[in-house]
Design a protein around this ligand. Structure first.
Ligand code: RB5
Length: 149
């Protein structure tokens, strides 16, 4: 995946890694929409997770990457949104599976958990892996059905 629009956002705990990932995405020729945070001042991660998730949920931006301290809070926020399939990933196998089996459209990384080099590899694998469809689509449809309840 390159030459496509992608969103990034973080809180203060994820800001440094988010900015590093943003640079990687730009290097890959992607158009990056950055929803902040822009400084290390303490902020509330839902504010930034919501801003990004709204855009992915509406389809305005196809994919996004969220970073907070552990990745847990951002995952909770993002998965509240219809059409958002957020995956908290800290290893390369899960990065690949989150695409092949779960068609994740939001990647979440813990900035206080995952080092920069591994985070970069996770982002590359996540961007370059396609969804397999088939039986996995049927399973995703069952998750979407819950959102309609
Ligand atoms: C901020 O201290 C921290 O709670 C936040 O970055 C995140 O880890 C929440 O899940």
């Amino acid at each position: 995946m390159s030459g496509k629009k992608i969103a990034v956002a973080s809180d203060h705990a994820g800001r440094e890694l988010k900015d590093d990932i943003k640079a990687l995405l730009i290097e890959r020729g992607m158009e990056v929409v950055d929803f902040g945070a822009d400084s290390d001042e303490s902020v509330d991660y839902p504010d930034f997770g919501i801003a990004l998730s709204e855009k992915v949920s509406s389809g305005e931006i196809p994919r996004g990457i969220l970073v907070c301290g552990t990745g847990i809070g951002m995952s909770m926020v993002a998965n509240k949104f219809r059409n958002v399939r957020a995956a908290l990933v800290g290893d390369l196998f899960s990065a690949r599976m989150s695409r092949e089996h779960n068609d994740s459209n939001v990647l979440v990384i813990g900035g206080r958990v995952t080092g920069k080099d591994l985070a970069f590899e996770i982002v590359r694998v996540w961007l370059d892996t396609e969804f397999e469809g088939g039986r996995h689509q049927r399973r995703l449809d069952k998750i979407s059905a819950i959102s309609d309840k």
